[in-house]
Write a protein that binds this ligand. Structure first.
Ligand code: F0G
Length: 356
């Protein structure tokens, strides 16, 4: 039996690292592609609908794919002793973990009061220097880009191309699992690094003949943070899906290229639609993702219902992060309070019988 040791070892020949470079890895990648069984029936559509559950990466989001490559490059090949990022939460959790793994410093800029508690706990537990800014992600990004010229720190946001290189491996895994590319790929779009990365991965595999086709890329945003729908940056992005509360995406061109070249589209969904999709996925399929991730489900369900994604298609939705990251938002939308009864058999029996 060979032990899985992470995506750099698995896809090294497709990554821009030296052959002898030892990876900084937490065995990220190799996440399950789960076929949904109940949602297609619920919406009455005949479709092969899969979710790529990136919430099962070591720090609970897809960011680990990019982080292993970016940190390996920075530390093992460039000799960096510190990394920095702006983040809505997941990048900071991932950067903190990989920095801890290889013993370097990690600085993270997060919007004060606007990140899910689980993500803050992760950054703190991994020993990152957390700097809360009185502004949003876009303000943090602007500062991080400037600071790198003044301090010896490597930026590990997705403007670092090694991040994109790592994240493209999710597309490889999907093709490796299905035997070909899907017809449609749906994902949430925030800073737009991930859609850029998937498209790069799909194009590479198609160009090399590993896949016979490329998917149509569907990028979904939250209504209050939808610069791609507006066609311009949004000054004050707002959404319950704090991971994608972004108004000025850095990979603007990459996302537009993916959309144009694949014949895809962007759409926006309300917070209510996003939360409903999150609950439905948890309720009916047993899969708990964070709100931002559920944007891909809200979008796919909508486009399947309208027929924009035709019946008979193979569709993959990326679930970018784990639901456990944001328990506050989850509990808030569960109206039913847990039963509270005395600690005796009769009381528990009665509670069960009442609810059967
Ligand atoms: N879903 C989740 C759970 C995310 O954390 C992010 C981005 C996205 C979707 C959007 O991906 O930016 O590549 O378009 N989170 C970043 C962060 C911005 O700081 O954690 P994108």
């Amino acid at each position: 039996m060979t032990r899985y040791t992470g995506l750099i070892d698995r896809y090294r020949d497709r990554l821009p690292l030296q052959p002898a470079t030892v990876p900084v890895s937490l065995c990220e990648g190799d996440t399950p592609l789960i076929r949904l069984e109940n949602i297609p029936k619920l919406i009455g559509r005949n479709v092969d609908l899969y979710v790529k559950f990136e919430g099962l990466n070591p720090t609970g989001s897809f960011k680990d794919r990019g982080m292993t490559v970016a940190v390996t490059r920075a530390v093992r090949e460039e000799g960096s002793r510190a990394i920095i990022c702006a983040s809505t939460g997941n990048t900071s959790a991932s950067a903190a973990a990989y920095a801890a793994r290889c013993g370097i410093k990690c600085f993270v800029l997060i919007p004060e009061g606007k990140i899910a508690l689980g993500k803050l706990a992760q950054a703190l537990m991994h020993g990152a220097e957390v700097i809360q800014i009185q502004g949003n992600f876009d303000d943090g990004m602007r500062i991080v880009k400037e600071i790198a010229d003044h301090a010896p720190v490597s930026i590990v946001n997705s403007i670092n191309t090694y991040r994109i290189e790592g994240q493209k491996t999710a597309a490889f895994e999907i093709v490796d699992a299905l035997g070909d590319a899907p017809d449609y790929h749906c994902l949430p779009v925030g800073n737009a690094g991930n859609i850029t990365a998937y498209w790069k991965g799909y194009k590479e595999y198609h160009g090399d003949g590993v896949a016979s086709k490329q998917p149509v890329m569907c990028g979904y945003q939250a209504e209050g943070a939808a610069p791609f729908i507006k066609g311009a940056p949004v000054a004050h992005p707002e959404t319950v899906a704090t991971a994608i509360r972004i108004g000025n995406p850095q990979s603007w061109e990459g996302a537009l290229t993916a959309q144009r070249e694949s014949g895809g589209w962007f759409e926006a969904f309300s917070d209510a639609q996003i939360l409903k999709a999150q609950k439905l996925l948890a309720d009916r399929e047993g899969i708990f993702c964070e709100p931002a991730s559920a944007t891909s489900i809200a979008g796919a369900m909508h486009d399947l219902k309208t027929g924009r994604i035709p019946e008979g298609s193979t569709v993959v939705c990326t679930l970018t992060g784990n639901g456990l990251k944001d328990p506050d938002t989850a509990i808030r939308q569960c109206q039913v309070a847990p039963a509270a009864v005395p600690a005796d058999l009769e009381a528990v029996k009665r509670a069960i019988l009442e609810r059967l």
